[in-house]
Write a protein that binds this ligand. Structure first.
Ligand SMILES: CCCCCCC/C=C/C(=O)SCCNC(=O)CCNC(=O)[C@H](O)C(C)(C)COP(=O)(O)OP(=O)(O)OC[C@H]1O[C@@H](n2cnc3c(N)ncnc32)[C@H](O)[C@@H]1OP(=O)(O)O
Ligand SMILES: Cc1cc2nc3c(=O)[nH]c(=O)nc-3n(C[C@H](O)[C@H](O)[C@H](O)COP(=O)(O)OP(=O)(O)OC[C@H]3O[C@@H](n4cnc5c(N)ncnc54)[C@H](O)[C@@H]3O)c2cc1C
Length: 633
């Protein structure tokens, strides 16, 4: 083991295993995760880690091992595929959940065990604006069929992931907005057997290469009436349409995925922090004091300033992800029982946190890569691949700006309710104080009050102020004679800013609530330090907001920076231990820089030597191209 990394692991001030257990949701969950990883994947004789064997093998293995719990399937898949995306991802995270939530019982029993499918909602002309989708589904009572049709070039379904050329059961969204399971069994490669179907691949993308995203054009293709997913809405044999309790129930799968993405952003950021912080512990470069040995780059304050707030953010997002999934499960359970009362809040929270966490993680991955210098740019670091695979999450499942505006819609509605004298509950209850002017800035002492509860209060006041400013912008636009829609559009910068601040407050509050639940003194102490770092770093980035909210004075601004520096120094001794607690296996990280043993250089040389380009002393291209050319000169 590299001596630096060995030294970093001595004198731990907290029990790493207990922190890992907290991240997993308990010691039993940690043990089960490791059992799946060590026994069912890494030590499975059928499994050749270098090249995951095949999708069918993985599916058969999941059945062989009786793994059906979604979290355990995800553990198995993440070990099986490492940091890469796998082609069946869409089947598991969108196609199946849609069948689970939108099929009636007969359809569920008929389809769920049997098929693998994709999710074809987006069209060439519309991805965000679902009410603008053009694909039609026209019911023909004479034949009890829907006639599916792509009337325009912009209505061609574009992007369905996992468009396997062999068969293509897919969930289809069409007008009237309903989800109908559309079975397409295609023989050969993309040569449909049934007429009226044109499918293909949309071509090379920025990344996401394990998933073949396709296109699908339909020319009056008929599918049985029974293929409409009929849990919430039905078309009866006589053609009469039974409306759902809410038209938004069809959007349920997207809310589910957005809820998943919050925790996924934390996982990805934790992977990158593991790589960058372990590497920074073994990399020596330049000098701090002339004539002395080159220091570990982790001892540079700027390196700590790049990485430690991201480390705190990774923990914050992992806890936010736990909260989000718990909230999704609770509210979707109520929805299943016909209680839709909290559906708007679930939508607003999942939309906002999806945007907030993916934007932050997306930037954070690049900071981790650049903090590793040239070796961070090497594919051996895994950081370029992680970035390429993660960055579309800012676009898919709801483009981030649009998602932030959905949250803003809920915040404005809530603000108007408070103005009308209503008492709010839930995530926006802090807006009650705005109406009663309880939100007056706290008497801020000359020194920054570092109590975590106080910091949460300051973020609450900041969010409330920005919600009020956005509402006032809309009111001012209306007062200038603008219609409601233009008043909204002319305030969307303020609205996104208010949503961002609301999400920032929510994430810090969840982090503080999780820290409060930690009983082990050592773990509580180090997590409390990280939560403080997350809060103070945010105050440093958005100082203007806190000044504008009157909760920070100009005289206090220097103490924000001073406090930040102190917290960075406080985290330094535990940094490697804090990434060890994420418990990412080397084979899953697949990063020469992030190895648990820290033996980076030897591994990097081996990695380079294994390149096909180095299979011979002189590359064949010399003999094939250069040598003949030289002979002619
Ligand atoms: C973990 C890894 C996952 C990897 C997956 C990778 C593969 C990617 C797959 C995809 O990308 S699949 C396609 C994803 N596409 C989208 O997410 C589309 C985004 N667009 C929308 O969701 C909607 O168009 C919209 C932006 C929400 C707007 O919808 P609509 O125009 O119908 O509503 P509005 O007029 O804006 O609002 C009316 C009303 O409805 C409420 N509402 C909107 N959506 C929901 C919802 N999902 N649940 C509950 N309520 C919703 C909205 O708040 C308004 O309410 P009021 O304000 O009127 O009370
Ligand atoms: C890797 C990847 C995989 C995908 N997989 C699938 C899949 O399997 N199935 C599927 O159905 N789809 C899939 N998609 C499509 C994805 O869901 C859409 O790309 C996404 O919903 C964004 O919609 P759009 O492309 O129409 O962007 P647009 O909405 O056209 O966005 C373009 C710009 O317009 C802005 N904009 C749009 N509306 C508003 C508004 N109301 N207010 C302010 N600004 C606005 C956006 O902020 C953005 O800056 C995938 C996409 C990617 C990148």
């Amino acid at each position: 083991m590299n001596p630096d990394i060995l030294r970093e692991r001595q004198n731990a001030t907290f029990d790493i295993e207990k922190l890992t257990n907290i991240l997993d949701g308990g010691a039993e969950r940690t043990n089960r995760r490791r059992e799946i990883r060590e026994v069912l994947v890494l030590n499975d004789p059928d499994f050749d880690y270098g090249t995951p064997t095949s999708l069918p093998t993985m599916i058969l293995k999941l059945r062989e091992y009786g793994i059906s719990d979604p979290v355990e399937i995800n553990w198995y898949k993440s070990m099986y595929w490492g940091t890469g995306r796998e082609a069946l991802g869409l089947h598991y995270v969108m196609f199946l959940p849609t069948l689970y939530t939108q099929c009636d019982s007969e359809q569920f029993n008929k389809w769920v065990p049997l098929i693998i499918g994709t999710y074809a909602q987006t069209e060439m002309g519309h991805g965000t604006h679902l009410r603008g989708l053009e694909t039609t589904a026209t019911f023909d009572p004479a034949t009890q069929e829907f006639v599916m049709h792509s009337p325009t070039v912009t209505s061609i379904k574009w992007w369905p992931g996992g468009r396997n050329p062999l068969f293509l059961p897919l969930i289809f969204l069409s007008i009237p907005l309903s989800a109908s399971l559309f079975d397409l069994f295609l023989s050969g490669f993309a040569l449909p057997t049934c007429s009226g179907i044109v499918i293909g691949d949309i071509g090379p993308k920025f990344g996401f290469d394990a998933v073949d995203n396709g296109y699908l054009k339909l020319e009056h293709v008929r599918i049985p009436r029974e293929n409409m997913l009929m849990k919430y809405a039905q078309v009866k044999p006589d053609g009469s349409y039974v409306k759902p309790l809410s038209s938004k129930l069809t959007y349920g799968t997207m809310v589910f995925i957005r809820s998943l993405i919050v925790g996924n952003a934390g996982i990805v950021l934790s992977q990158c922090c593991t790589i960058a912080i372990r590497y920074s512990a073994v990399r020596h470069q330049s000098e701090i004091r002339a004539g002395e040995a080159e220091p570990q780059i982790l001892d540079y304050q700027t390196q700590q300033h790049k990485l430690f707030p991201l480390l705190a953010t990774a923990y914050a997002f992992l806890f936010a992800g736990q909260y989000m999934i718990d909230t999704y499960n609770r509210i979707s359970g109520d929805i299943n029982q016909g209680d839709l009362s909290e559906m708007p809040e679930l939508h607003a929270l999942s939309a906002g946190l999806k945007a907030f966490t993916t934007w932050t993680a997306n930037t954070g991955i690049e900071v981790c890569r650049m903090s590793c210098g040239g070796h961070g740019y090497s594919r051996s670091s895994a950081l370029p691949d992680i970035y390429v695979e993660f960055t579309p999450s800012c676009t898919y499942e709801g483009e981030n700006t649009v998602m932030m505006l959905q949250t803003a819609r809920f915040l404005m509605k809530s603000y108007r309710q408070v103005q009308a004298g209503q008492q709010l509950s839930g995530a926006v209850s802090y807006l009650n104080k705005v109406h009663h002017r309880v939100m007056a800035p706290q008497a801020v002492s000359s020194q920054l009050d570092l109590n975590l509860n106080t910091l949460v209060d300051l973020y609450e006041i900041r969010a409330a102020m920005l919600v009020e400013l956005a509402a006032q912008s809309i009111q001012q636009e209306s007062a200038r004679g603008k219609c409601q829609e233009d008043s909204w559009n002319n305030s969307t910068i303020d609205l996104v800013r208010a949503s961002d601040a609301h999400c920032h407050y929510m994430v810090l509050k969840m982090f503080r609530d999780k820290v409060d639940q930690i009983e082990d003194p050592g773990v509580h102490s180090v997590m409390s330090t990280l939560a403080h770092l997350y809060a103070i770093h945010g105050m440093g980035n958005f100082t203007g907001d806190f000044l504008q909210a009157g909760v920070l004075t100009g005289a206090q601004v220097p103490s924000v920076s001073k406090c930040l520096k102190g917290l960075l120094a406080e985290v330094r001794p535990s940094a490697v231990l804090l990434v060890d607690a994420f418990d990412h296996h080397d084979k899953m990280l697949n990063s020469v820089l992030g190895r648990h043993d820290g033996n980076v250089y030897e591994a990097m040389f081996e990695w380079a030597r294994s390149s096909p380009l180095n299979r011979t002393e002189v590359h064949e291209s010399f003999h094939k191209h250069l040598k003949p050319l030289q002979a002619k000169l």
